[in-house]
Design a protein around this ligand. Structure first.
Ligand SMILES: *Cc1c(COP(=O)(O)O)cnc(C)c1O
Length: 402
C-alpha cells in the first residue's frame, strides 16, 4: 500500500488548497524526521510551531497511551479529569481564572472574538461591537477569524464577511488612538506576528494598547496561538512584555502535535459566556487534555524556558554566519524559538525556493510570507541538531547563490 501512497496521489484525491513538498515524511524522533525513502531531515519547522517537544517525545507518548486505554471522549455533557487538571494548571500558571477548550487556534479565537462581542453587548449594549485588529495579522481560517485577520487576500471570494472590523498598521499607537472609540469591544493582536513575517510588537505599543483599551472599556485580546507555550522563552509572550491581556488564546505548541486549543480569561469576563452561549463537541477532549497537561508540565520549568533563550542565540549566530557568507538576509529577528530571517530585496519572492532547496539538503524550514524564512523548531532541539541543520541550510543557500 505504501508504494501507492505518493505525492501524485495528493493531487488526485485532495482538495487543492495546499501544495505540500514533494517528499512524504513517515517517521519522527526528536528533531529528526525520515521520509518514505529513509532520507533524514532536521526539523526546524516543528509542524508550524506545533511540535514543541519534538516528535514522539516519550513522556507525551506515555501520556497519550495511558489516556487512550482509559477514556477517549465524553462531550461536554460530562466533564473529565484531564480537562480539569489542564484547566487548573493553565489558570495557576497565567493571569486567567477561567478556560474554554477548543480544538484549534481558529476555534480558540472564534471563542475569544465571540466572547468580546458578548461582553460588550452585556455591559454596554449592541453598539459596542467593533473589533480593531492589525494588518499582516493572522487569526485562523474560519470566516470570522479570517475577517479579523489582517490579510484581505484570504477573504477574496468569501464575502460577505462579518462586519464591524477595522484594520490598523501594527506597532502604530497613533493610528489606534485615532480609531478606538466607545464602540470598540476589543483590540486583537499577536504579541509577535507569526504568519505576517515574525514581527514582535514594540513594548511601548503594547503599553499604549493596554492604556487605550482601559480608557475605552475595550478588551485586549492576545492571540498567542503561535507565540505561546514557551516559544518566546516565557510560558506566554505577554509575560515577556509584562503586559496582561483580558483574553488570551493558545493552541499550536499546547498540544505538541495533538490538536487542542484554549481561550483563557478572567472570571468577570467569563460570565458573559453563560450556560448555552457557546460550545464545542470535542473541546476539552480527554486525549487532547492529557497530552497538553504533560506539555505544559514539561515546558513550564526554568530549565526548558532558559534553554529556549539559549537556543535563540545559537540560531541567531548561525544565521548571521550564513549571512556573513552569502549576504541574503536583510534582518534576523524574533523571540525565543520563533525566528524570522527576512530576505534582501533582490531575493524577494524566493522564500519558497529556499525552503524547497533546504529540503533537498535535509532540513525543514518554513516561510512567513514570500520574503521571510521562519524557524519554529522543538523547544528542546539539541544544539548539535541546530548546528547540523544550519550547515544544511548553508549548503542549500550556497547552491542557490552559485
Ligand atoms: C496558526 C495560527 C492560528 C490558527 O490556528 P489553527 O489551529 O490553524 O486554526 C491563529 N492565530 C495564530 C497567531 C496562528 O499562528
Amino acid at each position: 500500500m505504501t508504494s501507492q501512497l505518493t505525492r501524485e496521489l495528493f493531487d488526485e484525491v485532495m482538495v487543492p488548497n495546499y501544495r505540500p513538498q514533494q517528499v512524504i515524511p513517515v517517521k519522527g524522533e526528536g528533531s529528526r524526521i525520515w521520509d518514505q525513502n529513509c532520507k533524514e531531515y532536521i526539523d526546524f519547522a516543528g509542524g508550524i510551531a506545533v511540535n514543541s517537544l519534538g516528535h514522539c517525545h516519550p513522556e507525551l507518548v506515555e501520556a497519550l497511551k495511558k489516556q487512550s486505554e482509559q477514556l477517549w471522549h465524553l462531550s461536554n455533557v460530562y466533564t473529565n479529569e484531564p480537562a480539569l487538571r489542564l484547566a487548573k494548571r493553565l489558570t495557576e500558571a497565567t493571569f486567567a481564572d477561567k478556560v474554554f477548550f477548543a480544538n484549534s487556534g481558529a476555534e480558540a479565537n472564534e471563542a475569544a472574538f465571540k466572547l468580546a462581542r458578548k461582553f460588550g453587548h452585556d455591559h454596554h449594549g449592541d453598539s459596542k461591537h467593533e473589533i480593531i485588529s492589525f494588518t499582516q495579522s493572522f487569526h485562523g481560517r474560519t470566516l470570522f477569524t479570517v475577517a479579523v485577520g489582517g490579510q484581505p487576500k484570504y477573504l477574496d471570494g468569501f464575502h460577505p464577511a462579518p462586519g464591524g472590523i477595522t484594520h490598523l498598521p501594527y506597532n502604530d499607537l497613533a493610528a489606534l488612538e485615532a480609531a478606538i472609540s466607545d464602540k470598540t469591544c476589543a483590540v486583537v493582536l499577536e504579541p509577535i506576528q507569526g504568519e505576517g513575517g515574525v514581527r514582535p510588537a514594540d513594548i511601548e505599543f503594547l503599553r499604549g494598547v493596554r492604556a487605550l483599551c482601559d480608557k475605552n472599556n475595550a478588551l485586549m485580546v492576545f492571540d498567542e496561538v503561535q507565540s505561546g507555550v514557551g516559544r518566546s522563552g516565557h510560558l506566554y509572550a505577554y509575560m515577556a512584555y509584562g503586559i496582561t491581556p483580558d483574553i488570551l488564546t493558545t493552541a499550536k505548541s499546547l498540544g505538541g502535535g495533538f490538536p487542542v486549543g484554549a481561550m483563557l480569561t478572567t472570571a468577570h469576563i467569563a460570565e458573559s459566556f453563560g450556560f448555552g452561549t457557546h460550545g464545542s463537541t470535542y473541546g476539552g477532549n480527554p486525549l487532547a487534555c492529557s497530552v497538553a497537561d504533560k506539555v505544559i508540565e514539561i515546558i513550564n520549568t526554568p530549565e526548558v524556558l532558559a534553554g529556549v533563550s539559549q537556543k535563540h542565540e545559537r540560531f541567531r549566530n548561525q544565521l548571521n554566519k550564513i549571512n556573513d557568507q552569502y549576504g541574503i538576509f536583510a534582518e534576523v529577528r524574533g523571540m525565543g524559538l520563533l525566528i524570522g530571517a527576512e530576505l534582501i530585496p533582490e531575493w524577494h519572492g524566493r522564500g519558497g525556493e529556499v525552503i524547497a532547496k533546504a529540503m533537498q539538503h535535509g532540513v525543514m524550514c518554513l516561510i512567513a510570507g514570500p520574503n521571510v524564512l521562519r524557524f519554529a523548531p522543538s523547544l528542546i532541539i539539541p544544539e548539535e541538531d541546530i548546528d547540523e541543520g544550519m550547515n544544511r541550510l548553508g549548503a542549500a543557500i550556497a547552491e542557490l547563490t552559485s
